[in-house]
Design a protein around this ligand. Structure first.
Ligand SMILES: [Zn+2]
Length: 372
């Protein structure tokens, strides 16, 4: 059976409404309420009776499940298909598909400092034959054909410094950030340039590519602010400038994963803001990053995406999610460039639907335009 034959059609009336909602949050305009984006990936396949592994192993199926479940929960008007560790196989990393997690890297490719110079950055043409582009384009070609109204290609580079670290192993990398910063920076730049080639190749094929990036390993629990400034903030500026110059964008999504209480300010004036930029921040210490602070720091530059704690989604307590969503919405819903309600990181694959729907309910009750 064809993948597309497994799903009922997308309701276009729903989609129009959802699209208006998303446009209002990013560009302004009229809509019913603020949008909700729980950063769903493999929850979509699980919710349709498939597996976590299926999401990564079968891009067409993963993409269709995403589109279908976005509608089911009344979330985003687009599929937003991408996956972990993009562009790493292009530098020699072997990814192993797992049953209960995203694919995991099996090897490292940098053992000695000299190995960094030996890494060859593929150009946009070479990258089209690689693991990442092939899988992403399978998903996006499929969406374009089967779910054309939900089509937005994503150019992923979710964690430039974390992926650079994955090339040599995290411990080695953290050691280099303390003993040989230039080497650590050179390694991250090799990965970043590979991701830029990927962005260029995707933009060439589809005419655009929503750039999704941010920092994950570079957070206040792991590194001092001086290190984050160089390894993450400076490099993000470079990455986004390069990717936009080569045709990616115009949308940019920044996901700052983990705790950023002592470093969020470093990014404010350094990252690049396209006219369609969303800034998302995970935690402030052990708590969710407060919507008020996100609004104050980034609200005049970008759409903000405050979060509900992802950890809550595996606990049988929808009300706790509703309450946190309510606090975050009230704290940031009047942000000048718009508000999207998110989760601190990808919503866990086995989240009960009642928990995800608690966010949507909070968005209706407290995020309806004209009622505050
Ligand atoms: Zn994350």
């Amino acid at each position: 059976m064809d993948t597309a034959d497994l799903f009922p059609p997308i309701d276009l009336d729903w989609q129009t409404k959802s699209r208006r909602r998303y446009a209002a949050a990013v560009l302004g305009g009229e809509a019913d309420r603020i949008p909700v984006d729980p950063m769903m990936l493999s929850h979509s396949t699980v919710a349709c009776g498939f597996t976590i592994r299926d999401f990564y192993e079968k891009p067409e199926l993963g993409a269709h499940c995403l589109g279908y479940v976005q509608q089911l929960y009344d979330l985003l008007p687009v599929t937003k298909y991408y996956f972990a560790h993009p562009w790493m196989p292009e530098l020699g990393i072997r990814l192993k598909f797992m049953d209960y997690t995203p694919p995991v890297p099996e090897n490292i490719v940098v053992e000695e400092p000299e190995d960094v110079d030996l890494l060859e950055v593929p150009d946009a043409e070479a990258i089209q034959k690689g693991f990442t582009f092939t899988r992403l384009s399978r998903a996006y070609d499929y969406i374009k054909e089967k779910l054309p109204t939900m089509f937005v290609p994503i150019s992923p580079c979710p964690e430039p410094e974390g992926s650079g670290a994955g090339l040599c192993g995290i411990e080695q990398f953290l050691m280099w950030t303390m003993t040989d910063m230039d080497l650590a920076l050179k390694l991250v730049r090799k990965y970043t340039d590979t991701a830029v080639s990927g962005a260029e190749a995707l933009a060439k094929r589809y005419g655009m590519a929503l750039l999704t990036t941010g920092s994950v390993l570079a957070n206040s629990d792991i590194m001092p602010p001086e290190t984050i400034d160089r390894i993450a903030a400076d490099n993000l500026e470079y990455l986004v400038k390069q990717a936009l110059t080569r045709g990616a964008g115009p949308q940019v999504f920044y996901h700052f994963c983990g705790n950023h209480d002592n470093d969020y300010h470093l990014f404010i004036n350094k990252i690049i803001y396209s006219p369609l930029t969303i800034v998302h921040m995970g935690y402030h210490g052990r708590e969710v990053f407060p919507a008020e602070l996100l609004k104050e720091a980034f609200g005049d530059k970008a759409t903000i995406m405050p979060s509900v704690d992802t950890k809550r989604f595996i606990v049988a307590n929808p009300k706790a999610i509703y309450d946190e969503a309510e606090r975050q919405i009230i704290g940031g819903r009047d942000s000048p460039k718009g508000f999207i309600l998110g989760t601190t990181c990808e919503v866990p694959p086995f989240s009960p639907p009642g928990n995800i729907l608690a966010m949507v309910r909070a968005a209706k009750d407290h995020g309806s335009y004209g009622t505050w």
